[in-house]
Design a protein around this ligand. Sequence first.
Ligand SMILES: Nc1ncnc2c1ncn2[C@@H]1O[C@H](COP(=O)(O)OP(=O)(O)O)[C@@H](O)[C@H]1O
Ligand SMILES: [Mg+2]
Length: 234
Amino acid sequence: MAILEAKGITAGYGGGDILKEVNVYVDDGEIVCLIGPNGAGKSTVMKTIFGLLTPRLGSIEFLGENIAGMNPDLIVKKGISYVPQTENVFPTLTVLENLEMGAFTRKDNYRKRVEQVLDLFPDLKKYLGKRAGSLSGGQRQMIAMGRALMLDTKVLMLDEPSAGLSPLLVDMIFEKVQDVNKSGVSILMVEQNAKAALAFSDRGYVLATGQNHFEDKASSILANEEIGKLYLGG
Ligand SMILES: Nc1ncnc2c1ncn2[C@@H]1O[C@H](COP(=O)(O)OP(=O)(O)O)[C@@H](O)[C@H]1O
Ligand SMILES: [Mg+2]
């Protein structure tokens, strides 16, 4: 069953439509990967789902409710979190303070949640008192993901979580994405490391020029020669 479904979303930044009737859904428990060339609109899909842009047409259903046009602060409370590609930590705050920032709307005692999040990212335990800006790219990505999980997140959207990381750290972050998924969080992810990301995804979408171009099970996309040549580097 779809937990999140964007249907026919048409959206842009004021100067015309960037997305043209885009359809994307995430079933409960899935990892779904968006791929496609630079400028295709992948990040715009996430920003629209997260309420940073209001679609001109279409609907965005989350757990059966239309959330199109809702403010991000409400959307995050409902259970959708978003980690943008850049500037996704507060560099002058410590690791612990970054995690606490993700919990500022929680009314209960969030300490238990901090512990649960640190169980997913045990490496961060050593750095809790360090400023996020002093840590490596891989560590900052873990902080950003951890912060996004501080509420009762049901769908986590990750925009190019492996961008700028060395091959070893790419593998580490992809392991973390799978760990988060196994903890019960559905994932919608944009990735340029498309082959590696599709290898652990359930389904994938190819977006081009703001439109759905292709969609299938991830394994079928990986086996598709034409898509491989065009979008997966041969
Ligand atoms: N803040 C913005 N204002 C105006 N246009 C933007 C903005 N952000 C992105 N765009 C444009 O929207 C299109 C899609 O961008 P984006 O969603 O970032 O693509 P992708 O993530 O697939 O690389 C591009 O043509 C880009 O120039
Ligand atoms: Mg992008």
